[in-house]
Design a protein around this ligand. Structure first.
Ligand code: FEO
Length: 394
């Protein structure tokens, strides 16, 4: 991707990966991703804010060569993960006098992850500033976005927040700036769900702190630049709040149709009560489809078949991911179908110990759901409706 001008004397020389399908060998990237890297020319000094993924070395160095800064005085590392730090050693080869500017914790991570020696670093504290001449960088230590060493860099004169992964989106786009449309919204929500959601309390604090800054533009390291920061900030406020939607999420796996029958019955019962329902077949859907809905679903009901006495492996994975992502879901239950005996419900429940949600009645039934089993599912639907009423969702 070519060099993109962000503001006067500020350029994005990062790369776009149109084809990347997985991040961390875990997170599906249906719309690719980008790795943004910003060059800020001050009247006296030049700074590079974050580098890019090593796989994109050729594209990044081509842009750097074309922009051709006479000098890079500072390489600002807002985050140590290699998709933003991996090419710092290469930049240092080209600009050996550059100082790597970051916080103490990030310095340690960078030395663990990359061939960097201690004497290349300048360590900064929270709120410390760095003058580039007519432009001033302020560092805001913001841990757990989504690693413990993360920070933001605020460019005072231009009122630009360089936010690292925070507020980002895995979205490969040729346009420099966000269209603030539904595509951007969904990509940002997916990104929040998969990467930021487990750190909701910390994210909430960072958003509060940023209210004290006059921000006219947000440059994240993934996805387009926000010229209207309130678009993404307001959505983040909503996602980190305790508010939930009148939605029941049903991740399920059905081997012979018995679980599917229960899922369809529960879906109908809930729908008749005025509740939105989303069944997701976990053998077909990608992780993102589930995680996006986890952001604000009031209730989750896992429904699955039994394999060799335990949960279907896809349901094990689903339960482990829900537990790791720590959604704000208020109610949770499990429905299990089995052939002769099952420990599936017990096992799945034990895997979701971090959730603050209230456990509702769980249901185990043998084979195809019979009249008595459907009565139990109906009772579960009534219990969920009552819980949603208490939450003022109905
Ligand atoms: Fe985009 Fe945490 O790296």
């Amino acid at each position: 991707m070519a060099i993109r001008k962000i503001n006067e004397d500020i350029y994005n020389i990062g790369a776009i990966d149109w084809d990347r399908e997985l991040f961390d060998e875990l997170i599906p990237l249906p719309e690719g991703t980008s790795y943004n890297s910003f060059v800020v020319f001050g009247s006296e000094k030049t700074a590079l804010i974050d580098a890019v993924e090593p796989e994109k070395e050729e594209e990044f160095l081509r842009n750097l060569k074309e922009l051709n800064p006479k000098r890079i005085d500072y390489i600002i590392a807002n985050h140590a993960e290699q998709d933003h730090s991996g090419l710092i050693p290469k930049v240092l080869e080209w600009y050996p006098d550059a100082r790597v500017v970051t916080n103490e914790k990030c310095k340690g991570f960078l030395m663990d992850l990359l061939p960097l020696k201690e004497d290349v670093f300048d360590v900064v504290e929270d709120n410390q500033t760095l003058s580039l001449g007519n432009k001033t960088l302020e560092f805001i230590i913001a841990p757990w976005v989504h690693w413990p060493e993360t920070m933001f860099t605020y460019l005072r004169e231009d009122k630009i927040l360089f936010s690292g992964d925070f507020l980002g989106s895995h979205l490969a786009l040729s346009n420099t700036f966000s269209n603030d449309d539904s595509q951007t919204y969904m990509a940002a929500k997916r990104y929040f769900a998969e990467i930021m959601m487990p750190f909701r309390p910390m994210i909430k604090k960072h958003l509060q702190r940023l209210e004290g800054y006059d921000i006219e533009m947000v440059c994240t390291v993934h996805g387009p630049v926000y010229k209207n920061p309130s678009f993404i900030m307001n959505h983040y406020q909503e996602w980190v709040s305790d508010d939930v939607k009148n939605l029941v999420l049903i991740p399920y796996v059905s081997m012979h149709g018995s679980t599917l029958k229960a899922v369809e019955f529960l879906t109908d019962e809930l729908t008749n009560s005025g509740i939105e329902v989303l069944p997701i077949n976990m053998t077909k859907a990608d992780l993102g489809k589930l995680t996006i809905e986890l952001v604000d679903a009031a209730t989750i009901v896992l429904a699955g078949s039994t394999v060799l006495m335990g949960p279907h492996p896809q349901m094990l994975y689903t339960a482990a991911m829900i537990n790791a992502l720590r959604p704000k879901t208020k109610n949770i239950s499990i429905i299990t179908s089995y052939g002769w005996a099952s420990q599936a419900t017990k096992t799945l429940k034990s895997l979701m110990g971090t959730l603050q949600a209230q456990w509702l009645e769980t249901i185990d039934y043998k084979g195809y759901p019979k009249e008595g089993d459907l009565e139990k599912i109906k009772a579960l639907a009534l219990q969920i409706a009552e819980k949603h009423r208490v939450l003022n969702l109905l």
